[in-house]
Design a protein around this ligand. Structure first.
Ligand SMILES: [Zn+2]
Ligand SMILES: [Zn+2]
Length: 371
């Protein structure tokens, strides 16, 4: 069997989240261990497809997988937690997150599960990336229920020990020769059940609500920069700790500057007279000032002039990168009669020494073709 995540789920590489989820649901239903007791092959398959789904359902992990394949998860993903291999120890765990906790007691952990991490994509302009900016975003996110304080129990009521597992959170079942212990399906491994679930959150302890957040975008961010807002992800179920919110920054294309890391690059057309005689050009700086760039006489198209410290600021550091000015010499296309005459006079005085590269080239041609 192929180990490619897309093959495992039997979906195409451009399948959307919904298609992936439904493909996973179908396969997972078939091979779920509760439906195939004692079938090691089914269990192995379940784990593998669950790991694949765990990766592909997360846009960040999926992007890393598309780019680097399985290698993306071998070293962990910088700052982003573990890859799928580290995550599917408890099969029920993954299962619970998409089927809800009602499916035949698929499992669950006894300790409270942290809320999910969330992703928010933010596009900003190059000027904002240069200066940094404070902004506010609004997201719809699951937050602790105010009515029950996140406990899931109707105010004034509590929870009682689970009858089925007698508060242990685990039940034993005979499976062939073995006695297998698994999380209690009645209380989902918690060992206790809520007497009367909170009406506002149906016992979940959390509700979806819009949330306005202040975001500080630091100077120097680039496409691919992630800003983590700790604890601003989804609330955990029944008072469990919340996940984090990751803001993915995208910096929009700029009309004048291209960017490579902290280097800004811009193409500047200059007239052929400036190229021949030398001069200067003024390039606006993102900080509001102007950079004056000296053009040496005799400059050629494609030549790059570097202005130190006039590029993008270093993210969370000091100083700025460089500005690279790439020269494009423009040949005149509209000449007045008078200008034409001057150029013709100039041409008559040409000896070939003015343009050594062209002279060299034609000399070479002559050498090559004269036998
Ligand atoms: Zn509630
Ligand atoms: Zn129980």
């Amino acid at each position: 069997m192929s180990s490619d995540f897309y093959d495992l789920l039997n979906v195409s590489r451009d399948a959307d989240d919904k298609a992936i989820k439904s493909a996973y649901r179908k396969i997972a239903m078939e091979c779920h261990p509760d439906r195939n007791p004692g079938d090691a092959e089914a269990e192995a398959k379940f784990k593998t497809v669950s790991a694949a789904y765990d990766c592909l359902k997360d846009p960040q992990k999926r992007a890393a997988y598309d780019r680097y394949g399985h290698a993306a998860f071998e070293q962990g993903m910088g700052g982003g937690g573990q890859g799928p291999q580290g995550d599917f120890g408890d099969i029920g765990d993954i299962f619970e997150t998409i089927f809800g906790s009602t499916f035949g007691g698929g499992g669950g952990r006894q300790q409270a599960r942290r809320g999910a991490d969330l992703r928010y994509d933010m596009e900003i302009g190059l000027e904002d990336a240069f200066h940094g900016k404070n902004t506010q975003i609004e997201i719809e996110v699951s937050q602790a229920c105010d009515t029950c304080n996140g406990s899931g129990a109707e105010p004034g009521t509590g929870s009682r020990g689970c009858n089925l597992c007698k508060g242990h959170g685990k039940v034993r079942a005979k499976q062939g020769f073995f006695v297998v212990e698994r999380p209690c399906p009645n209380c989902n491994g918690r060992g206790e059940v809520i007497e009367s679930p909170c009406g506002d959150c149906r016992g979940e302890g959390r509700v979806d609500r819009p949330l306005a957040l202040d975001v500080e975008v630091p100077p120097g961010v680039d496409t691919g920069t992630r800003i983590r807002l700790s604890g601003k992800g989804e609330a955990g179920p029944r008072g469990a700790p919340p996940g984090d919110l990751y803001i993915f920054v995208h910096v929009a294309q700029h009309g004048v500057f291209e960017r490579e890391g902290t280097t800004l690059i811009t193409q500047v057309p200059i007239s052929f007279t400036t190229a021949a005689l030398g001069g200067e050009v003024q390039i606006p700086d993102l900080d509001g000032s102007t950079n004056t760039v000296d053009i040496p006489a005799g400059i050629q198209s494609g030549k790059q002039l570097r202005v130190r410290g006039a590029g993008m600021p270093v993210l969370q550091g000091r100083g700025r990168g460089d500005l690279v000015v790439e020269i494009a010499v423009e040949t005149p296309t509209k000449l007045t009669k008078a200008q034409r005459e001057i150029l013709c006079q100039f041409q008559e005085t040409e000896t070939g020494e003015e343009c050594p590269a062209s002279k060299g080239f034609f000399d070479k041609l002559k050498d090559a073709f004269t036998v």
